[in-house]
Design a protein around this ligand. Structure first.
Ligand SMILES: NC(=O)c1ccc[n+]([C@@H]2O[C@H](COP(=O)([O-])OP(=O)(O)OC[C@H]3O[C@@H](n4cnc5c(N)ncnc54)[C@H](O)[C@@H]3O)[C@@H](O)[C@H]2O)c1
Length: 267
């Protein structure tokens, strides 16, 4: 159902890799709600071809940019602004990658050069993105910047590896940059902490399928699906949430407030 909550708004969406990606669902929902968008992802993701199909379906230009490169980000945002015909009303950072997690390295045996890469791709890229947006004055007044995160930033999830530390950094960047964007531009910056979701990045975590079942049982409302996460992002991009900023917002069916759920004992 469309309420045209984003009618007339322009946005940039990072991180749609395939139709399971959370960013893919956000892109579809944003256009259905009346927005005009530009899609972007790392050059390597372009070769898979599916993002181009999404671009065609949504009538959205696709621009390749490595989110760890200030040069790529600067170029991509200025092209996107020209293509969309004005400043951005919303930007979504939906990027995460850890070679340590992919290779199932335990937290006590991480490769630190991979760890730095994880931090750069999964967290520092958010700061880089915001620095370009801030210095080039790319956001409209009352614009909204969002990033996706996970509760391992606050609680211990041993198999999530150093992604937990990357998410803690990402959430901190939202608060720190949120001050600057708020005071100068009336722009908000928030993170959404999403339930475990079956995607390429999510499924790379050791024991993911078992954990998915555990989280499903533990959460009074069950795991939040990617489509529901997209709906939450839409409300955060809309004018209905203009005074919410510098927050980490849990979108997890209640998981983050649970101590023990008897349903888990029956598993
Ligand atoms: N899937 C889950 O269980 C879950 C739960 C909570 C939060 N999240 C977060 O949601 C976000 C999106 O992940 P997803 O689950 O949709 O998986 P996904 O694999 O579909 O998306 C991750 C994206 O990051 C992109 N990316 C990687 N390196 C990049 C780079 N250098 N430059 C630009 N883009 C790059 C990938 O191409 C991909 O599109 C991530 O931040 C992830 O940590 C996921």
């Amino acid at each position: 159902m469309s309420n045209q909550l984003l009618a007339g708004k322009r946005g940039v969406i990072f991180g749609a890799l395939d139709d399971k990606s959370i960013a893919w669902k956000v892109a579809e929902a944003a256009v259905a709600q009346g927005a005009q968008i530009v899609l972007t992802n790392a050059p390597v993701a372009m070769r898979m071809g599916t993002l181009q199909q999404l671009g065609e379906k949504l009538n959205a230009p696709v621009i390749a940019a490595d989110a760890t490169s200030m040069e790529d980000m600067t170029k991509m945002f200025s092209e996107a602004r020209e293509l969309l015909g004005g400043k951005f009303d919303f930007v979504l950072h939906s990027i995460g990658m850890s070679i340590n997690v992919r290779k199932k390295k335990t937290y006590t045996d991480l490769k630190h050069d991979w760890m730095l890469k994880t931090f750069d791709i999964s967290a520092v890229s958010f700061h880089k993105m915001m620095q370009v947006l801030y210095n080039e004055n790319h956001l409209s007044e009352w614009g909204s910047i969002m990033a996706l995160t996970y509760i391992a930033a606050q609680r211990s999830f041993p198999d999530y590896g150093e992604m937990a530390d990357a998410k803690a950094l990402l959430e901190s960047f939202a608060r720190s940059f949120g001050y600057h964007f708020g005071t100068r531009d009336n722009v908000r910056v928030n993170t959404i902490s999403q339930s475990p979701t079956v995607t390429t990045a999510g499924s790379g975590v050791k024991g993911f399928n078992e954990f998915l079942g555990y989280a499903e049982k533990m959460s009074p409302l069950g795991n939040a699906p990617a489509e529901a996460c997209a709906d939450y992002c839409i409300t955060m991009f809309s004018d209905l949430t203009r005074f919410v900023t510098m927050q980490n917002l849990f979108h997890d069916g209640g998981f983050s407030s649970m101590g023990m759920n008897p349903a888990v004992l029956d598993m």
